[in-house]
Design a protein around this ligand. Sequence first.
Ligand SMILES: [Ca+2]
Length: 174
Amino acid sequence: MKKFVFFLFMVSVVFSCSKKTHNEPDTSNKISFASDMECIDCWKNSNTLKPGIAHSGQYASKLDSATEYSYGFAQDFKNIDLKKINKVTVKVWGYFPEPDIKAQLVVSIDSANKSKNWYGFKLEDAIKTPKQWTEVNFPVFLPPTCLPGDVLKVYVWNRDKFTFFIDDLELVME
Ligand SMILES: [Ca+2]
């Protein structure tokens, strides 16, 4: 049975699915989501999770010539008090088997299945050394137009169809 790690903690901001584990005092405005990608059916595009090269455990999301979008996160804002959240920091680990790979870590805020705010971070700006797991850190300030019905999506866009790996995707909202 492959290990599935999904944890979120929240204080002062209520997420319906986190009530079972809510036992912290209301002293902080922070929500955290993380996945080590050791799961078969979780978040989005879990079909990209392959054993082999991985930063944690045995599995990572493999991008290749047939895979344009990585394993990713999608969650609507309806249970988040947007008045208390103004920034999302995305962390992910990337592994480029070869030099000169290009891809983008994307944070998208969608409304009615259309992206209304789109932020891209070039992985190659952080991952300079091939064959070495490297952490990528991408902070995004939420726009004032962000609404409770909007959906936050986070993924890697492999537009040019390179082969590489990502693992350990984490979001912190504060
Ligand atoms: Ca992993």
